[in-house]
Design a binder for this molecule. Sequence first.
Ligand SMILES: O=C([O-])CC(=O)C(=O)O
Length: 162
Amino acid sequence: MTAFSSRSFSTADLVDEHGDQLWVCDTQFRQFGGERVFSGRVRTVACYQDNRLAKQVLATPGEGAVLVIDGRGSLHTALSGDLIARSAADHGWAGLVINGAVRDSAVLAGLPIGIKALGTTPRKSAKAGTGQLDVPVGFGGITFHPGDLLYADDDGVVLLAG
Ligand SMILES: O=C([O-])CC(=O)C(=O)O
């Protein structure tokens, strides 16, 4: 089995093996999902306190991908709660990496999906649909491009160019 096989990896081992070919995200995420180790191809949403685009894309087949939602670090509104995360799990998404907040965290912990986010708020997001789908997004010192391979565990999030 290679280091990149599903569930056989640790991000620390990947860094040791692949060095400069991997990008390491500096953001100190918290774990919220029921899956603490997850990986997949990157899809992205760029938004600000509005989760309509994320909700829409997470209701389509994920095919094992990870949705990176760049909410510009806002903790003012939650970009996912239990309904969106359950929909994502039901549609075959491997995980969510959210540069922003979640809510319904007690329920998220029981869902079969990886969820990393900055923190929590009970306040919901707007649903106007502002934002962009599958554009490069940057935080934590790296840029996430659609198609990159993302690996996440308790130590962090790392990225291999797709
Ligand atoms: O609808 C929202 O804004 C988020 C939410 O509460 C959920 O996913 O359950």
